[in-house]
Design a protein around this ligand. Structure first.
Ligand SMILES: Cc1ncc(COP(=O)(O)O)c(C=O)c1O
Length: 398
C-alpha cells in the first residue's frame, strides 16, 4: 500500500517522534519496514516487559480471540477469573481487591478517587524526585510538572513535595487546611529520570501514613512486575502500600490498568460510583495470565536482576571513560544515564546505529529494555551506547 501523507497529518504534534517505522518485534529486538534491526532499550516505554511478541502472550491472545473478545464487568468470564487467580499470587498480600481499567492514568485516577472516598479527605501529597539538589517533574504523566500549570484544575488538592522535603511532611499533614488523606509516590521514579529514593525514605512515608491514618499509594506502573529485579520496587526497602497502581506491561502489550487496594478501600465504593467499559477485557486478561506465566515460569524477575547488574556494570565502565556522563543509576532493567548535555543527538545517532533509547528530560537517557535481555544483547547495547556517546564527544569536541 502506498501512503501519500504521514501519521502527523492525522495525529497532531503531541509526541516526541522518531524516524522509525516499526514493522515487527521479537524479544529485545525491533525491525523497521526496511528490515533494519534495532535493540529496543526504549521497550515501548516499559510496555514490552516480557519481550516483544512473547510466545506465551501471542498464543494466549490467538486462543482467546477465537472465543470471546469483549465481556463487560457486569458479566462473569473465566479468562478474567484465571487472570485474577494468577495476579493474586504475585501481589503483596495485604492488597486483595482490584479495579480493572485500561491505562496507567486511569489506574492512578481511580486510586486517588478511592482513597479520597475512603479517607473522606481531599488532600493528597505527591512526591517529586529530587536528585543532586535539582527538583524533577512528577510522579506520572498525569502529574508531569511541565504540564501541571495548564492542567491545574485536575490536580486540585494535590501538594507536590520533593524527596528532600520529607522532613516537612509532618507539618503539611498537620496543617488542617491541607486536609491530607493520601500520599502517592513512585517507589523508583521513571518519567523524571530514574530517581531512586534515599534509603529509609519509603519506610518513613509508611510510618507517617500509619501515624496519621493516611493511605499510601505506590505507583508501580513503570517500576513494578520485575522491572527493577524484584517483583515490586517497594520490596527493595521492604515497604508495602495500601493501594498499588499497575499498567504498562501487565498484559504483554495489550492495554490494561489495575488499581489494587486493601479490601476496605475498594469496598467503600458503591455500585455505579466508578466503572470502565473495557475493564477486565477477556483478551487483555488472557494476555495478562500469559504475562504472569512468563514472569514466573521463565524466571524473568531473576533475569532482570542478573542482567541489570551486568548492564549497569557496563554503563559504569562507560562513565569511567566518558566525561560527559554525569551519573549512572537504577536497578534491573530500569536504568538511567545522566549526561552533562542535551541527549537529542545521541537518541537520533542511536537510531542510525541500531539502538532505540528513551529520554527523561533533556539530559537523561532512560533504558527500559524487556526483561528477556540476555548477555549478548546486553553487551551489544553497551557497545552501541559507547559508540554513540563517543560520537557525541567528537561533535562537542570534549
Ligand atoms: C509511573 C507512571 N505512572 C503513570 C503513567 C501513565 O500511564 P499511561 O500512559 O498508561 O496512562 C506512566 C506512563 O508512563 C508512568 O510511567
Amino acid at each position: 500500500m502506498i501512503f501519500t501523507v504521514n501519521e502527523e497529518h492525522f495525529v497532531g504534534n503531541i509526541y516526541q517522534r522518531f524516524p522509525v517505522n516499526v514493522a515487527k518485534g521479537k524479544g529485545c529486538n525491533l525491525w523497521d519496514t526496511d528490515g533494519k534491526e534495532y535493540v529496543d532499550c526504549m521497550g515501548g516505554y516499559g510496555v514490552a516487559l516480557v519481550g516483544h511478541c512473547n510466545d506465551r502472550v501471542v498464543n494466549a491472545i490467538k486462543k482467546q480471540a477465537e472465543q470471546l473478545i469483549t465481556c463487560h464487568m457486569s458479566l462473569h468470564n473465566n479468562s478474567r477469573l484465571e487472570f485474577l487467580n494468577k495476579l493474586f499470587t504475585i501481589v503483596p498480600q495485604n492488597l486483595n481487591r482490584v479495579f480493572f481499567s485500561n491505562s496507567g492514568t486511569e489506574s492512578v485516577e481511580a486510586a486517588i478517587k478511592f482513597s479520597r472516598k475512603y479517607t473522606n479527605k481531599k488532600g493528597i501529597i505527591a512526591l517529586n524526585g529530587a536528585y543532586h539538589g535539582k527538583t524533577f517533574g512528577a510522579l506520572s504523566v498525569t502529574y508531569n510538572e511541565k504540564y501541571r500549570k495548564s492542567f491545574m484544575p485536575l490536580l486540585d488538592g494535590v501538594t507536590f513535595i520533593s524527596y528532600s522535603d520529607i522532613d516537612k511532611l509532618d507539618d503539611i499533614v498537620n496543617n488542617q487546611n491541607n486536609d491530607i488523606g493520601t500520599i502517592i509516590v513512585e517507589p523508583i521514579q521513571g518519567e523524571t529520570g530514574i530517581i531512586v529514593p534515599p534509603d529509609g525514605f519509603l519506610k518513613k512515608l509508611r510510618t507517617i501514613c500509619d501515624k496519621y491514618n493516611l493511605v499510601l499509594i505506590f505507583d508501580e506502573i513503570q517500576s513494578g512486575l520485575g522491572r527493577t529485579g524484584k517483583m515490586w520496587a517497594g520490596q527493595h526497602w521492604g515497604v508495602e502500600p495500601d493501594i498499588m497502581c499497575l499498567a504498562k506491561g501487565i498484559a504483554g502489550g495489550v492495554p490494561m490498568g489495575l488499581t489494587l487496594t486493601r479490601s476496605e478501600i475498594l469496598d467503600c465504593i458503591k455500585v455505579g460510583e466508578h466503572s470502565s467499559t473495557f475493564a477486565g477485557n477477556p483478551l487483555a486478561c488472557a494476555a495478562g495470565s500469559a504475562t504472569i506465566d512468563s514472569l514466573v515460569g521463565d524466571n524473568l524477575v531473576e533475569n532482570s536482576k542478573k542482567m541489570g547488574i551486568l548492564f549497569k556494570e557496563g554503563l559504569l565502565g562507560l562513565k569511567d571513560t566518558h566525561k560527559i556522563i554525569r551519573d549512572v543509576r537504577g536497578f534491573g532493567m530500569m536504568l538511567g544515564i545522566e549526561m552533562k548535555f542535551d541527549i537529542k543527538d545521541i537518541l537520533f545517532d542511536g537510531i542510525k546505529n541500531g539502538i532505540l533509547l528513551l529520554y527523561s528530560g533533556k539530559n537523561i537517557l532512560r533504558l527500559l529494555p524487556p526483561l528477556v535481555m540476555d548477555e549478548d544483547i546486553s553487551k551489544k547495547s553497551i557497545n552501541l551506547i559507547d559508540r554513540v556517546i563517543t560520537s557525541e564527544e567528537k561533535r562537542r569536541n570534549v
